[in-house]
Design a protein around this ligand. Structure first.
Ligand code: FES
Length: 110
């Protein structure tokens, strides 16, 4: 059964957004639903746009499965170069263990 968890998204300029997000949704869906401008998600989660780039805080990186080959390939197409912790948020499904998750948003998605 879905439950709400708290997630934090921090813009490149430092502005912090704290949201309640339902488990079972992707991080991209939660950000888009909350109207976070820093996540564009042009392809709607089909893994073809790389405009849902986020950088997962170091403390949380190990909580996600490793990126697929397709995600890794798309991470080479991000407008802001990928760095350690970079992921495509449409590939990150929220679960109860991610309560408190913190991610940074890149300076730009284009
Ligand atoms: S929304 Fe397009 S790759 Fe994630």
């Amino acid at each position: 059964m879905p439950a709400d968890i708290t997630i934090h998204l921090i813009e490149a300029g430092g502005r912090r957004h704290t949201l309640q997000a339902a488990t079972g949704r992707t991080l991209m869906q939660a950000a888009v639903d909350a109207g976070i401008d820093g996540v564009a998600a042009d392809c709607g989660g089909s893994l073809v746009c790389a405009t849902c780039h986020v950088i997962v805080d170091e403390a949380w990186r190990g909580r996600f499965p490793a990126p697929s080959g397709d995600e890794r390939a798309m991470l080479e197409m991000t407008a802001t170069p990928a760095e350690p912790g970079s992921r495509l948020s449409c590939q990150l499904t929220l679960d109860a263990a991610l309560d408190g998750l913190e991610v940074r948003l890149p300076a730009t998605q284009y």
